[in-house]
Design a protein around this ligand. Structure first.
Ligand code: ADP
Ligand code: DP6
Ligand code: CO
Length: 360
């Protein structure tokens, strides 16, 4: 049974689509503060990538209320997902809606009451990524940024980026940065990310993504960082050291100093992986091809090329360089890749592609 929609209510159900891009950290988030959902133990500074996108299509439907069990459902790349991964996120969406519309979901600005209550809403999501999912290319960042924007827009209309970022963070920490384009930071303990500079700040900067595997990682980023915190003797040193690398990264971006950015990027990812090597059982995301590329880049730097790598929770290598060297990097490592290199500029934040149409 559905609630009848009063004439002033935001029409539900509705369909909405949003697009977001991966957030590539130069200074890494690795570890959560205890007690809160996805608040970072380390500050991170990141680039939103323009070339690869994840699109979320979201339909919102009304449940029957009362003691009906909620029926949130996520179908990702055609596969139904474990609802436990999404439960805290959708609960946070319902809380945000309840705060904004205590009397039911109504058209913003109309002041009416009587639409469906937040606790009666459930969410049905279809999402597809146009790049490998759960493989170390920040699909969780793009996915939850798109999801947060579309869930809020579908129910409450346009909302401030800060609110979308807070909500995205509940789904995946890195997602709070993907809400914004350009250069972003997410401070340790902060509820949301912020934009440091827009995507126009550094037109010559390029990131070359070198995919060496499309396989899903054996251990999610979340489980890996929790295991690291719980078992690695290097974890405390990592958390203590991380703020200085975040500062160095911000400084490099403010001066558009590629060499400084690249050197900071290498220190951050290698120190992050050092904590993982020290975990029990140890975590080793790298493939032989990852190390071949790292060695190859060392050689290119010796020849004077401006190329520095970073890696995330997966075997892929991403190269920070400039527009005039990006193609050369892509060609150099072609034989090691499972799919063509992706050359990316700095990209935009989350966008709503199709607003609610009201026709259901
Ligand atoms: P990655 O390195 O790709 O970010 P994670 O282990 O951090 O890998 O997260 C992968 C998980 O993120 C997926 O299993 C899924 O739960 C979620 N996710 C990824 N893409 C999307 C999407 N487009 N929509 C919703 N959830 C997504
Ligand atoms: C190595 O944001 O994917 O990419 O918050 O548990 O969803 P959850 O983890 P996630 O971790 C990203 C880790 C990283 C570094 C970074 O993006 O800062
Ligand atoms: Co992720």
């Amino acid at each position: 049974m559905r609630h009848d929609q009063p004439s002033h209510a935001r029409p539900l159900p509705g369909t909405i689509t949003a697009t977001a891009h991966p957030s590539l950290a130069v200074a890494k988030y690795w570890g959560k503060q205890p007690g809160a959902i996805n608040t970072a133990a380390t500050p991170s500074v990141a680039i939103t990538l323009g070339a690869i996108a994840a699109r979320t299509t979201l339909t919102v439907d009304c449940g029957d209320g009362g003691d009906q069990p909620l029926r949130d459902q996520v179908i990702l790349n055609g596969v139904s997902q474990d609802p436990r991964r999404f439960r805290p996120f959708f609960d946070a969406v319902r809380e945000a809606i309840a705060r904004a519309c205590p009397d039911g979901v109504t058209d913003p600005g109309q002041g009416g009451t009587g639409g469906p209550r937040a606790q009666d809403l459930y969410f049905s999501v279809r999402s597809d990524n146009d790049f490998p999912t759960a493989a170390g290319l920040a699909s969780s960042a793009a996915g939850f940024a798109a999801l947060a924007a579309s869930a809020l827009t579908a129910t409450l209309g346009a909302r401030p980026s800060e609110e979308i970022s807070r909500l995205a963070r509940i789904g995946s920490g890195s997602a709070c940065r993907s809400v914004y384009g350009g250069f972003t930071q997410w401070a340790a303990g902060a509820p949301a990310a912020e934009q440091l500079y827009p995507e126009t700040w550094w037109p010559d900067l390029r990131v070359v993504v070198l995919p060496v595997s499309t396989a899903e990682k054996p251990l999610s980023s979340r489980d890996a960082m929790n295991r690291t915190r719980d078992t690695s003797p290097f974890y405390e040193a990592w958390v203590t050291d991380a703020p200085s690398l975040a500062r160095e990264t911000r400084e490099a971006i403010s001066r558009r100093d590629l060499e400084r950015l690249g050197e900071a990027a290498r220190l951050s990812y290698l120190r992050m992986f050092s904590t993982m090597f020290g975990a029990n059982p140890p975590i080793l995301y790298w493939l032989p091809q990852s190390l071949d590329i790292i060695r190859g880049l060392e050689e290119l730097r010796r020849m004077g090329l401006p190329v520095w790598e970073t890696m995330d929770a997966g075997p892929q290598v991403k190269v920070i360089t400039d527009a005039s060297h990006a193609r050369q990097v892509a060609d150099e490592f072609r034989d090691l890749l499972v799919s063509p290199a992706i050359i990316s500029e700095v990209g935009p934040g989350v966008t709503i592609d199709t607003p609610p149409d009201g026709t259901g």
